[in-house]
Design a protein around this ligand. Structure first.
Ligand SMILES: Nc1ncnc2c1ncn2[C@@H]1O[C@H](COP(=O)(O)OP(=O)(O)OP(=O)(O)O)[C@@H](O)[C@H]1O
Ligand SMILES: [Mg+2]
Length: 165
């Protein structure tokens, strides 16, 4: 267990605008790989969907796809060289719902999985997931903390202003 934790790293940034959050996510999105899981958490309006929109651009998903939170379906799928599976699980109770709906099969996969309100399914998130938390500081400022496998996180945060904490 201790060894596993040593292999993880945490980095953070204060974003001063929605555009900055998108640009950050764009850099990260361009470096994602099939099978990556990004677990997003943070209160309503903290920037999870905004960040996901930036990821989509970075993955090469065209501007014609406006990323909105999937509500009735829980999941939206966007085509690209690396597919994006975007979940918003605000309305589910806990991980048992997620499993009952058969969604954990997306974890094995082809494509990048992004989950808003991922704290609800913390119990079943794979150990190598990236955990990203969004904190509302003021109208335009958000603290974004990203935690994940050290070697991957270092690569994802390169050329961004994220700092290891
Ligand atoms: N620095 C910032 N980063 C991200 N969004 C910001 C920032 N400053 C202002 N905003 C605004 O905050 C809002 C964030 O909304 P968004 O839908 O991304 O939140 P969310 O976390 O997905 O909320 P929900 O839980 O309702 O899905 C947007 O209107 C965006 O323009
Ligand atoms: Mg959202």
């Amino acid at each position: 267990m201790a060894e596993k934790n040593q292999d993880r790293l945490k980095a953070q940034i204060i974003s001063s605008s929605a555009e900055q959050t998108k640009a950050l996510a764009g850099i990260i999105g361009a470096r994602l790989q099939n099978g990556d899981i990004l677990a997003l958490s943070g209160e309503l309006g903290s920037g999870k969907t905004c960040f996901t929109g930036g990821l989509a651009l970075g993955l090469g998903i065209g501007e014609k796809y406006r990323i909105t939170s999937p509500t009735f379906t829980l999941i939206n799928e966007y085509p690209a060289k690396i597919k994006l599976y975007h979940f918003d699980i605000y309305r589910i109770k806990d991980y048992t719902d997620f499993e009952d709906l058969g969604y954990e099969e997306y974890f094995n996969g082809d494509g990048v999985v992004v989950i808003e309100w991922a704290e609800k399914i913390a119990e079943i998130l794979p150990d190598d997931s990236f955990m990203i938390t969004f904190e509302y500081l003021d109208e335009n400022k958000r603290k974004i903390v990203m935690e994940g496998p050290a070697h991957r996180l270092k690569e994802l945060m390169k050329d961004t202003k994220m700092e290891v904490v």
